[in-house]
Write a protein that binds this ligand. Sequence first.
Ligand code: MG
Length: 345
Amino acid sequence: MGHGWVFQHDNDPKHTAKAKKEWIKKKHIKPKPQNAITIAVSSRALFNMDREQDIYEQQGMEDYLKYQIQHEIEPFAPGPAFPFIKAVEAVNTRLRELYPDSEELFDVVLMTSNHAHVGLRLINSINHYQLFIERFSYHANLYLSADSLKVREAIDEGIAAATVFSPGKITELSETQLRVAFDGDAVLFSDESEIIYKAHGLDKFYEHEKAHENKPLDHGPLKGFLEALGKLQQKFYAKGQRLDCPIRTYLVTARSAASSGTRALKTLRSWGLETDEALFLAGAPKGPMLEKIRPHIFFDDQMFHVEGATELGTVAAHVPYGISQKIQSKTARDVKKDMPAKQLE
Ligand SMILES: [Mg+2]
């Protein structure tokens, strides 16, 4: 179990590379492993802080802090990203068994701009659930937050990021296998084909995808994370654990298997990547399929797919990238409305 808890205060000038080095030296903490896959998660994505958020919004900062101190020893309830982080840690346990000296692990980092008083309650919550969160970081392979504005900023900086939404009902998830589901267009892939579809309709889209079948799509914001998962999967395959691999990935796309799906698969192959399963829904709703797969997290760029997934019990994460964000400005506004600008992380 790690010791050096640090809660990153966003925009804090003290968090320079130099300050970070000094801090590491002072705390005698080993520098972050270079090969780790860093997942940065905000406190409100990891834990359910709805009640605290209400107090902050209705009664203000002072009452909010007072409440947090009064409830300091009471752990927060799990939030939407909690099962995903637990599954990530289960993968780490397996990796450590197979490769005791390897740095190629997940490194989970808590991002928060919360007040130090709240920090104590966070530490207590992390200890309560025996989570292995110990380092802070400036670089993340994946950033999960409940704050859509911060996620948008991260996406604009080229970081794989998503806003996590709680499911409408509780679904039991695997504790031994991390399952991650990705949409294709504007998530793993760029939005170049989505642009054709929005501008010219479905028929032109099919025509275009058929004509460009052998031209790989450009990469989207979550491609790097699939790649990182693939790298870890290879480590299990190398030890003969392909069938028992604790990581499973899924492509869940509205493309159809018969036509436009080919370009998606050929693109993944051109990158040297694959998902364990590729599901082509040909425009059918994604929620029912995800309900069967039971992923710990599902990434999509369109809010209606995120909503469809959460309604049927899947933790879904919105990736604010690509043409859909501009065209569906109403949806984007709705996201913003649900997420007050002045919120606590
Ligand atoms: Mg999409």
